[in-house]
Design a protein. Structure first.
Lengths: 325, 396
């Protein structure tokens, strides 16, 4: 088996799960005949037919709500948001209905809502967002955001098999830029477990999704130029957060940088900082720092987008500041 | 109280009397009443009254409990709307699923919800159907065939589209019914869900209860459409309007729509004309209602009064049949009240259970565990500063 892309890994997971379980079906806008805006679902219609690969009207409320209704009855829907930005259109259905269903009504909602997320692609304000924080904040939802092709496949399979609603963020910058050989067999990555993307001693960078790769690049650079040993933690799962992995790296290096592509205020970095403060304050040798997007809607022009989003040089600067503290 | 025994009338398998004109060639024109309700048995006709009376008596009991401050939250009445809830739910089979709205207590009762469950819900008891997590009639049971609503209006239309989509995908012979009020028709969820169900030809009946008001907003401020049933045209589905205060007319409007959905014909919109005689909830003084309007509906168009007249008139029931039902309902509500009042309040820690299937529960936060402060129990590093040895696990 050769290497496949992040996007192909997601597609492979969808094929395998639809093959394994007849209750799994896909629903979304332009996912059937067209194969989806990014072709993630290409080939599914030909193999599984219109009953299980449903081209929906442009109705995010309806497809998320209908997925919930079908999930109550034992189906396992996989909903595509054409762009994850459109989760906002289904915000009420996800937060008020889906997230509360098990708690208030003992109704299971085993469903996945997936879609292309993130910037660095000149997508402008409505095709570049990272709206994960609002959903991480909502009890009852699970949120994953893989950075590697292996995790994209393994987490998708875990998400489909999970008995609750999982929001599956796919980074569109990574879709065709990274490749990996898939582990053999039934490759499932458990939700809620972070991954050490790079071992290090001096500074920890806690991050997820596309900025994992930026952090790795920065780590290489400061190792060469400064002799610093940087550990990179890829969270993979944002809800639930892997507190153990966070504590382990904090207590190992005592200097922590949190990096995310989402905007700063109310972003995940604030929550992680608070948890570190509560659990591991005495281990810290420096204040926890954040490298995030600026608090602005994401602009289109390369000069603007590149300025707003976190870059390798920003991470390098922050790591050096922590090491020197 | 025996669950289920009182809903035997549901789905007795009687074929509705279809009109003569469409019968096979050569058959004689018949004089059969074409209305489905003409095929209801006498027991079923009396059942309809039972469910309406139970709805009203139960709500009257809730008012008494509300005034005694035993109802924890608000109280929502369906006074004057009992016929539309009962008559429509009565057209479903046991295996079918409905999603009620706040004024469809009667539909839930027909589907097997019990008075004691309703009372426990309102009184926030630990053994209520939602164990104290949700209010009033916001609860469901897919086995008995009803799914609880949530407060954002219109949301149950997409959800029921999905429920019925699953029936279609699995080839199940089941139908869904979802209630919305006149106000919910203005929501995006209503539109998206309705359109989706229509496009997918889901076996779904959508009932718009036009009771005149959404909270304080009259229908003239809700829509420029002359009538809600007109909206069916835009979705490409049949629309039917019926007198929501005539329980048999409601049944007669709903039954063909249910049959049609079951036969693969897709969605039907039914507008039931009724009137909300109480406020949005018990606290609402209805100052926005023109003088005399409520009284006129009470006097001239009460669904129970009308049905009793029908039963004791053309349908040939005796006063004693009616009195028998009334007595049975009173006894049942009395017994349910006694049981519900004796129910325990929920254990506080139950609040942390079952947000997810996995993990099964959240942990109480430190300040609820009798600890003076987070710092008191805070794990300390053995020495201030960097060290490479693995610390003991735990913390928080």
């Amino acid at each position: 088996m050769g290497e496949i892309t992040y996007l192909e890994a997601i597609r492979e997971a969808l094929f395998e799960e639809m093959e394994r379980d007849r209750d799994v079906f896909c629903i979304g806008e332009d996912i059937g005949a067209y194969g989806g805006a990014f072709k993630v679902t290409e080939g599914l219609l030909a193999k599984y037919g219109e009953q299980r690969v449903i081209d929906s009207p442009i109705s995010e409320i309806a497809i998320v709500g209908a997925a919930a209704g079908a999930a109550h009855m034992g189906m396992r829907p996989v909903v595509e948001m054409q762009f994850i930005d459109f989760l906002a259109n289904a915000y009420d259905m996800l937060t008020n209905y889906v997230a509360t269903a098990r708690y208030r009504a003992f109704l299971p909602c085993p469903m996945v809502v997936r879609g292309p997320s993130g910037g660095y692609v000149r997508g402008g304000p409505f095709h570049s967002q990272n709206p994960e924080a609002g959903f991480v904040h909502t009890p009852g939802l699970k949120v994953v955001y893989p950075a590697t092709a292996e995790d994209a496949k393994g987490l998708m399979k875990a998400a489909i098999r999970d008995d609750d609603c999982v929001l599956f963020f796919e980074h569109k910058y990574l879709y065709r830029r990274i490749k990996a050989e898939m582990p053999s067999g039934d490759h499932v990555v458990p939700i809620g477990k972070a991954r050490v993307a790079r071992e290090g001693r001096d500074v920890s960078v806690i991050t997820y999704a596309a900025t994992v790769w930026k952090a790795l690049e920065a780590a290489e650079q400061v190792e060469k130029e400064d002799g610093l040993s940087v550990e990179v933690i890829d969270l993979r799962s944002l809800a639930p957060l892997d507190d153990e992995a966070i504590q382990r790296t904090v207590r190992k290096t005592s200097r922590v940088l949190i990096v995310h592509e989402d905007t700063r205020t109310g972003g995940l970095a604030g929550e992680i900082t608070a948890r570190i403060n509560e659990s591991s304050f005495a281990w810290l040798d420096a204040p926890v720092l954040r490298v995030t997007a600026h608090d602005v809607p994401l602009p289109y022009a390369p000069a603007l987008e590149d300025f707003v989003l976190p870059q390798v040089a920003d991470i390098v600067r922050a790591v050096r500041a922590l090491a020197a503290y | 109280m025996k669950k289920g025994s009182r809903i035997e009338g549901l789905g007795s398998g009687r074929k509705p009397g279809i009109g003569s004109g469409s019968s096979a060639a050569g058959s004689r024109p018949q004089t059969l009443d074409p209305r489905p309700s003409s095929s209801l048995s006498r027991a079923q006709l009396l059942d309809l009254y039972y469910w309406m009376r139970l709805t009203r008596t139960l709500e009257e009991r809730l008012v008494a409990l509300y005034r005694q401050t035993k109802v924890v939250g608000g109280l929502f009445r369906s006074l004057g709307q009992e016929a539309d809830a009962v008559g429509s739910a009565f057209a479903l089979e046991r295996r079918d699923i409905l999603s009620p709205l706040i004024r469809n207590l009667g539909a839930m009762l027909v589907k097997g919800a019990t008075p004691v469950e309703i009372l426990r819900q309102y009184m926030a008891k630990g053994d209520s159907p939602t164990r104290g997590r949700e209010l009033n009639i916001h609860f469901g049971d897919t086995d008995r065939g009803f799914i609880g609503q949530i407060s954002p209006l219109g949301d149950m239309v997409p959800v029921m589209a999905g429920v019925t989509l699953s029936f279609k995908m699995r080839g199940e012979d089941r139908v869904g019914l979802v209630y919305v009020g006149d106000g919910a028709t203005s929501t995006g969820a209503f539109h998206e869900g309705f359109n989706f169900a229509a496009v997918q030809c889901c076996p779904l009946v959508v009932i718009v209860e036009n009771n005149g008001y959404a909270y304080s907003t009259p229908i003239a401020k809700q829509t420029a459409a002359k009538q809600f049933v007109d909206k069916a045209i835009g979705y490409g589905v049949p629309g039917v309007q019926a007198d929501g205060n005539d329980v048999l007319a409601v049944y007669d409007a709903t039954k063909p729509a249910v049959d049609r959905a079951r036969a693969g014909g897709g969605v039907t919109l039914i507008e039931l004309m009724t009137y909300r005689r109480k406020g949005h909830a018990e606290h609402d003084n209805q100052s926005y209602v023109p003088p005399g309007e409520i009284e006129r509906w009470e006097r001239e168009n009460d669904p129970l009064t009308r049905y009793v007249a029908r039963l004791t008139g053309e349908l040939g029931f005796g006063e004693s049949d009616i009195a028998g039902v009334d007595q049975r309902v009173r006894a049942e509500v009395d017994a349910a009240t006694e049981t519900a009042e004796a129910s325990p309040t929920p254990a506080a820690l139950d609040a942390l259970i079952g947000i997810y299937a996995d993990p099964p529960a959240e942990q109480p936060l430190w300040f609820r565990e009798g600890v003076r402060s987070a710092v008191d129990t805070h794990e300390r590093a053995q020495g201030w500063g960097t060290f490479d040895t693995k610390p003991a696990s735990g913390g928080d």
